[in-house]
Design a binder for this molecule. Structure first.
Ligand SMILES: Cc1ncc(COP(=O)(O)O)c(C=O)c1O
Length: 405
């Protein structure tokens, strides 16, 4: 790829593509308001974040203003992995304990701490056998393919509470829970209603804290909600966020309470050379401004609804397309060979290749690599949605025609 504009990419030969996967470039590619702000700030000042400057105050206050009451302390870093790692260190310092509860089918990053709580088999086939002993796993409450489905999904919370009792008996010392509020890596699967709230209560009653990994699903992408945890009706103690926050520029943050930050300060001062540099902060503030100016969260709601309706219509017509997960502009389409228990990664990969030939970029995700992940820049419009649905429909019809030969 050589260039990008809004939700389109253009390769080195000048061919254009519809970008259906770029949740990092939430405002779209080539956004001039970001380019102008960066240029201005680069000419003015860009330095080590040990200094004080207006841009860091502006971004930190803007983030705290978007966070739930009480989460008023912001630490700026360069990536999602760094944010998750820092969040883990903070809850462990604040609790004075080391153990952490994590869910299977999740990805949280590549650094030592973030990797320790990452369980996604799509990213690391050995993940479940190799987690360190301070990480305790709960089964992913996967309502489509997991042990409890559909109306039985409430049972996942009962299972989790039982597991917590077992951990109590085994002497586990819980510092907290880390979870994505929606299974990003799993393809946008929503957690069962009340799951995270029930689990959060149980963790807190044991003196633990709750980290919401908002790296993939926040910043208005869900349409109805700015943060993913709002969908679950829960307020975390620590938010880890990145990706969309910098629209592709390396930027992440931990947002937490003053009490947790102060407990962490006992471990030494926190400092990240380029994390929250003047340029990074200006990018972060501009992203939030443009999101509002262009009404992109509302666009995620309206266009996401259109997209999900169109995908469900296609799924009714084409048996290889299973459930459509997610909300807003964070969607996943299962590719199956006969139902939830027959994920079809080969077909998913072929569909992505055929879509690429149609000039549409989609990639597979999930433990089985069989879910088409659909999370375009929030600039996407109705015309591009029609183009995408048309291309997917053609690809599916051709596959069926070929299979019938
Ligand atoms: C949910 C989640 N958390 C954390 C990360 C790590 O973020 P980064 O790649 O910016 O280090 C990712 C990256 O894909 C992610 O999806």
């Amino acid at each position: 790829m050589e260039r990008g504009w809004r939700h389109h990419l253009i390769d080195v030969r000048g061919r254009g593509y519809l970008d259906m996967v770029n949740n990092v470039a939430i405002l779209g590619h080539g956004e001039p308001r970001i380019a102008d702000a960066v240029e201005r700030q680069l000419r003015l000042l860009n330095t080590n974040s040990r200094f004080h400057y207006g841009a860091v105050v502006e971004l930190s206050e803007a983030l705290a203003a978007r966070a739930p009451e009480g989460l008023d302390t912001v630490l700026l870093v360069n990536s999602g992995s760094e944010a998750v790692d820092l969040a883990l260190r903070m809850v462990r310092a604040a609790a004075g304990r080391a153990d952490v509860l994590a869910l299977t089918e999740a990805y949280h990053g590549w650094t030592v701490g973030a990797d320790a709580v990452s369980t996604s088999l799509g990213d690391n086939p050995h993940a479940l056998a190799t987690r360190p002993d301070w990480v305790h796993l709960l089964d992913a409450p996967n309502t489509y393919r997991g042990r409890h489905r559909g109306r039985d999904a409430g049972r996942y919370l009962d299972d989790a509470l039982r597991r917590l009792e077992e951990l109590d008996s085994a002497g586990a010392e819980l510092a907290g829970l880390i979870a994505e509020p929606i299974f990003g890596n799993g393809g946008g699967i929503l957690l069962p209603d009340g799951y995270l709230a029930g689990l959060a209560d149980a963790v807190r009653s044991r003196g633990g804290m709750v980290i919401s990994d908002e790296v993939q699903v926040s910043y208005g992408r869900l349409g109805e909600h700015f943060w993913g945890f709002e969908q679950q009706g829960v307020v975390p103690d620590v938010i880890a966020v990145a990706k969309a926050m910098g629209n592709g520029h390396p930027l992440g943050a931990v947002i937490t309470t003053r009490a947790i930050a102060e407990a962490f300060a006992v471990e030494g001062s926190f400092f990240s050379s380029a994390g929250g540099s003047p340029v990074s902060c200006v990018v972060g503030s501009t992203v939030l401004r443009v999101l509002d100016e262009d009404g992109l969260q509302e666009n995620a709601h309206v266009i996401g609804g259109l997209l999900a309706d169109g995908l469900r219509t296609l799924a009714r017509r084409h048996p290889a397309l299973g459930a459509v997960h997610g909300m807003g502009l964070y969607l996943g389409v299962e590719v199956v060979a006969g139902g939830p228990d027959a994920p079809d990664p080969v077909a998913a990969r072929e569909i992505c290749e055929d879509l690429l030939a149609e000039g549409v970029i989609v990639q597979p995700t999930g433990d089985h690599k069989n879910v088409l992940k659909i999370k375009p820049p929030l600039t996407i419009d109705a015309a591009s949605v029609r183009r995408f649905l048309g291309a997917l429909g053609r690809v599916m019809e051709l596959r069926e025609a070929r299979a019938a030969l």
